[in-house]
Write a protein that binds this ligand. Structure first.
Ligand code: HEM
Length: 410
């Protein structure tokens, strides 16, 4: 890159125009190289698919942010931002923040809940939850697709999976909304305090739940068993549960909401999918690729790592910009086009390697059921106003509101 033209990454990534439509800017930034170092912060940004696929999969690149030289675990940071330090420390003991043996020990506890047999067993309950929400919709009229369907569905499914009473769902949604901001660089001092409070309250609630037996097969039951046999200590048990409830909620809302927006913008694609449900599996992959929701996937180098001629030194943070990676023309034909039948769709929205999203099978299943249920009930699904993006976060691109007009099948 020519001296003097280095991008001001944080100004660009938090700009309102970027938050509303990041893709033209990401395409321009990618021309500066697949891996670029931000001189101001020392962060390596990854915009190329091949580079990120190698980084995500390598065990030389971890997710333990305590290894970030100059990051939150640095004594200077703790002195400058004690609340931030407390928040990140209290959120640390969970699988996504650990590498190696600790990571494997924690992940193994929950893996059985997401295997294909478990998903097949869960499908009827997800369908039932979707039908309940559809039953509350008019045969003809307007709804807010986010508030009335995309947001409540994943929350109800998670409560079922965790064996948490439905009466807690708005409380969980509130805690989740405060905690999702932890991974966001736009988080301000007040939001850190809010997140700390939410974390304490959420853990207190779960502490009482894990003292009860829990329904066999539920995530709560698995957590409790792993706690009783000493596989997980109490903080690990609670933090992993909190994190899964947070990680599994807004991300799936976003997949369903953003997927619907893509279809509303392309009525031919909407009609094609409604008529041919055999396309559902590849359509969901394409939604994930084009509008990934989560924009940034983090790594911290555990040792020096060379990729595409760039050396990432041990202790350096790396951020994969998924909106750029998933539209890399070197990997995808017509990368900005919605292609419901796209073959070999190597989208990286769930990350990759040892930390690849454990809940991906659940998110995919929920989205398939959600769109299938909408098409079964409604012959017409059309825009009814401007979609409204959430603009208060850099790491998660999702809709606050999506007005749609519906006409039921006769
Ligand atoms: C569309 C929905 C979802 C998206 C886009 C998403 C995305 C991600 C991403 C990007 C990662 C990090 C991967 C990496 O670093 O390579 C991750 C990890 C994780 N996700 Fe998801 N996720 C989704 C749904 C879920 C659900 C439904 C759950 C659970 C109920 C869940 C639980 C987790 C957990 C526990 C991890 C940490 C895995 C580990 O470190 O081994 N996610 N997810």
């Amino acid at each position: 890159m020519v001296e003097g033209t280095a991008p001001d990454w944080w100004a660009i990534l938090s700009d309102r125009e970027f938050l509303e439509n990041p893709y033209p800017t990401l395409a321009r930034l990618r021309q500066g190289g697949a891996v670029q170092r931000d001189a101001a912060t020392g962060i390596f940004f990854v915009l190329g698919h091949a580079a990120f696929a190698r980084i995500a999969k390598s065990t030389a690149m971890g997710r333990d942010t305590r290894n970030w030289i100059g990051g939150w675990n640095d004594p200077a940071y703790a002195a400058a931002d004690p609340n931030g330090f407390r928040l990140f420390s209290e959120f640390q003991p969970q699988m996504i923040n650990c590498d190696g043996a600790d990571h494997r020990r924690m992940r193994k506890v929950y893996e059985p809940a997401f295997r294909s047999q478990a998903m097949a067993a869960l499908a009827p309950a997800i369908q039932r939850r979707a039908n309940e929400l559809l039953a509350a919709m008019p045969d003809s009229g307007e709804i807010d697709f986010i508030e009335d369907f995309a947001a409540p569905l994943p929350l109800r499914v998670l409560c079922d999976l965790f064996d948490i009473p439905q009466s807690m769902d708005s409380q969980i949604a509130g805690w989740s909304a405060s905690l999702i901001r932890i991974g966001d660089i736009l988080i301000g001092p007040n939001e850190k305090l809010e997140a700390l409070q939410a974390l304490d309250d959420f853990k207190s609630f779960l502490r009482l739940r894990i003292a009860e037996p829990g329904a066999p097969g539920s995530l709560m039951h698995m957590a409790m068993a792993a706690h009783s046999d000493g596989t997980l200590d109490e903080e690990e048990t609670l933090t992993n549960l909190v994190s899964m409830l947070v990680a599994g909620h807004e991300t799936t809302v976003t997949l369903i909401g953003n997927g619907m927006l893509l279809l509303l913008r392309d009525p031919d694609a909407m009609a094609r999918l409604a008529a041919d449900r055999g396309l559902m599996r590849t359509a969901i992959e394409e939604f994930l690729r084009l509008e990934p929701g989560g924009n940034m996937i983090l790594r911290v180098a555990r040792e020096d790592f060379e990729v595409e001629g760039v050396t990432i030194p041990k202790g350096a943070p790396v951020i994969g910009l998924i909106g750029a990676i998933n539209r890399d023309p070197a990997r995808f034909d017509a990368p900005d086009t919605l292609d419901l039948g796209r073959a070999a769709n190597a989208q990286m929205t769930f990350g990759g390697g040892p930390h690849v999203c454990i809940g991906a099978p659940l998110a995919r299943l929920e989205a398939q059921i959600a769109f299938g249920a909408m098409f079964d009930r409604f012959a017409v699904i059309a825009p009814a106003g401007a979609p409204q993006w959430r603009l208060d976060r850099m790491n998660a691109r999702g809709l606050a509101h999506l007005p749609i007009r519906l006409e039921a099948r006769v």
